[in-house]
Design a protein. Structure first.
Length: 454
């Protein structure tokens, strides 16, 4: 902001000592311009955000894109541009630019939403991100929409919210597009190397399957982890004897045997699974996954899923796309036992697919453990019970539940109390409930707390 503009603003405002807010001067109140409210908004945005990002995953060159180099570059730029002060640092060291789930960047967005940021400075556009669509969205829409100036030094980009010259926008989009090509090229080369290792029977995963461990001398080779392998053998033998997967999981939990996720954490592995259940964590799915995994026969089976560069979600691949190499590591169970168990699994009775989705499906949660409530039917009465208790008993949670009819009436009364229009018929419908309710929390006494969507 120019010195003359600052003097003009000082003439328009007098600082209020008691509350540190800007108030109109009595002498200048009548002459206040129409843009006064806009200026007050800008004056509350009192600092710049200097953003730095570095990721080896993207193939960033350490010598030119290091955090130290970026920090020096931005600091030197600020010395010749005094209007960029004061400023705060936002540094994401070790985070890929292909997605925006980065702690410092998320904190930056929060500060922008709060109105604390008047501008963002980066070394170049690739530091902001390598997803061309989302990066262009932030540069062309998000920053201008929040009256935030954006500068990318090496790309000669200086874009303010009131700029009407869009001649450089196409060049910005082209640079973002090329920045997006770079991690895709790196990813293709890395995948090519991984495929070669997979075809050679080498293990390339971050964590070995439960029952195995990586060889200390060669992390591409699996060795048997005997304590966990004994549990794997037990699971196969018990299932073959006629004990179901759910019953096996219940027995393992009763004996306080840690599930695969907890076992890895206990052995100081940097492993985290947000879906692990309370207690010891064995479930029907975890037992079934072990019974279905051919790695226990000594065969290496990899390339079972695929993840796009700019996506965190891995998609399963059909079996014909899997890479299988036989006899690459010691077997925990024989091929004959594995085949017999999987024959039983394929002939196990399956529940028919339910086309009906319940009114409260996915909305009910236990107030004590945070788990989902499950629907049970006893003596013709439908109730919702804590799912953790249903799996683990009192070791997981309490047995509190709520009647479906009472819950439906309570929800209907609460919707009416909030002035939400309801259908003329007596029953609620799922479309209405899901459009206004975020979550329903059930307490031990059967009462319910309803949180609404904004």
């Amino acid at each position: 902001m120019a010195a003359s503009d600052v003097r003009s603003l000082n003439n328009l405002f007098n600082p209020c000592i008691c509350c540190s807010r800007l108030s109109y001067s009595n002498t200048n109140h009548q002459q206040a311009p129409k843009e006064l409210s806009e200026m007050r908004i800008l004056m509350r945005k009192n600092r710049w955000a200097f953003y730095i990002r570095l990721s080896r995953e993207d193939g960033d060159r350490a010598e030119s894109l290091s955090v130290v180099h970026q920090k020096l570059k931005l600091s030197e730029y600020a010395k010749t541009h005094p209007e960029l002060t004061p400023y705060s640092w936002y540094i994401d060291d070790g985070y890929t630019g292909t997605n925006y789930d980065r702690p410092a960047f998320l904190r930056l967005l929060q500060d922008i939403e709060a109105g604390h940021i008047c501008g963002v400075l980066v070394k170049d556009l690739s530091r902001l991100g390598r997803n061309n669509v989302k990066t262009s969205h932030y540069v062309h829409e998000y920053f201008p929409g929040h009256k935030v100036r954006f500068i990318a030094i090496d790309d000669a980009v200086d874009k303010d919210f009131f700029d009407i010259d869009t001649s450089k926008d196409m060049m910005i989009d082209l640079k973002n597009m090329f920045n997006g090509f770079y991690p895709r090229d790196i990813s293709a080369k890395v995948r090519s190397t991984f495929r070669a290792k997979q075809c050679a029977g080498q293990f390339i995963g971050a964590f070995a399957a439960y029952g195995y461990r990586k060889s200390p001398s060669n992390h591409n080779k699996l060795l048997i982890d005997e304590p966990a392998a004994a549990i794997v053998r037990r699971i196969f033998c018990e299932y073959l004897s006629g004990i179901g997967a759910s019953q096996i999981a219940k027995r393992l939990n009763e004996e306080q045997i840690p599930c695969p996720s907890l076992y890895k954490q206990m052995h100081e592995m940097a492993y985290h699974n947000a879906n692990v259940c309370p207690g010891n964590g064995w479930t029907y799915s975890s037992v079934r996954n072990i019974l279905r995994n051919p790695v226990y026969t000594g065969n290496m089976v990899q390339n079972r899923s695929f993840r796009q560069v700019c996506s965190k979600k891995a998609l399963p691949l059909p079996p014909e796309q899997w890479i299988t190499v036989e006899a690459t590591h010691p077997a925990i169970v024989s091929s004959e036992l594995f085949d017999r168990v999987n024959t039983l699994l394929s002939h196990a009775p399956r529940q028919p697919q339910k086309r009906y989705v319940h009114l409260f499906a996915g909305l009910l949660h236990c107030a004590d453990c945070g788990g989902s409530m499950v629907r049970i039917c006893r003596n013709g009465t439908v109730r919702f019970r804590c799912g953790t208790y249903n799996r683990l008993g009192l070791r997981g949670c309490t047995s509190h539940s709520v009647c479906e009819t009472a819950l439906t009436n309570a929800v209907r009364n609460d919707l009416e109390a909030h002035g939400i229009p309801l259908p003329a018929e007596s029953s609620l419908n799922r479309a209405l409930v899901c459009s206004v309710i975020r979550q329903i929390t059930i307490h031990e006494d059967g009462s319910a707390d309803i949180s609404y969507l904004n």
